[in-house]
Ligand binder design. Sequence first.
Ligand code: SAH
Ligand code: SF4
Length: 368
Amino acid sequence: MSIDTINLLGMPQSAVEALFTELGEKPFHARQLMRWVYQRGVTDFDDMTDLSKSLRHKLQERTCIGLPEVLSQHDSADGTVKWLFESGFGQAVEAVFIPEADRGTLCISSQVGCALDCAFCATGAQGFNRNLSAAEIVAQVWHANRVLPRRDNDDADFAVTNVVFMGMGEPLANYRNVVPAIEILISDLAYGISRRRVTVSTSGLVPNIDRLGDECNVSLAVSLHAPNNDLRDELVPINKMHPIETLLEACWRYAEKRANRFITFEYVMLDGINDSVRHADELNALLEGKPAKVNLIPFNPFAGNDFARSPADAIMRFQNRLRQHGLVATTRKTRGEDIDAACGQLAGKVSDRVRNRLSEKRRRMATV
Ligand code: SAH
Ligand code: SF4
């Protein structure tokens, strides 16, 4: 690929149309091109038989459909599949496909590593290297749909029916690339996934929650993990910048923009840390009467970390307590553990560029 070659993958329709106009072509050909790339998985312009020869030639000269290399695929005994995608300079990110009876969910990454350094997260423990481009985000869905068989028990066109930004990275810290990628996921010329079936999970970047509500309106999941600021400051350090009250206000504003559709609050169950009945009562006080549901995630251990998963009966007690209060609460099934594909275990390959600087900043914050 030459340096001037434009990658059409991950480019929203309006941008492809503008490019076609610049090439002296009719913009509506952009629609044909997008269908070839996403719906039929074709990347060779020569195979796009309903585009004129001259257009194909121009595209070959100036553009490409650039996909990252797939380094490996891992198949779990429970049907979960994980891929490692090359991200340049020896780095890699991961995506995980979780098949269920009524859906096929792809959990995708948005960054190489993550700078937010949550205490219980393998991605955070590796530090941050860079943002993924829109092309690299969309490529994860493109690849899964290409290699997995279409679902045969319903009329879905693709294996992937739902997408969650719950892989590596903080999607709202890469807003610039995540939003165009979402546009492709929901476009009828690509995968046509409804906004309801695309979920952005965030640890709480408040300003971008508001922007997302205005511009994108997909489903929102918020990594709460603690019912008070003292504990959340420890577990999710971004809480020092955007504390729980501010975060929840942004959540309720978001829900209002979506006709009060529920916001999912993720809560990782850490033995002896955040899993007592008292914590459940505190959590209820925050969410009572609001369009909220709670998804409890049994902690998934990884090397070099002292936390332990809450015992099953503690998780059940916590969930029941929330339900007694009238909250909707579920516990996430752990999938793909045998291939290190469970929530929070995605580490890919990251060589950290900024963590030292960041921990220095955190040290300074802690001493103020
Ligand atoms: N950065 C985003 C999305 C990626 S993480 C976020 O934090 O929301 C997806 C979910 O997995 C988050 O709720 C995250 O807190 C949770 N998670 C992280 N590490 C975990 C672990 N070791 N066990 C279980 N869940 C974990
Ligand atoms: Fe980043 Fe999310 Fe992991 Fe926190 S939980 S370090 S925000 S990926």
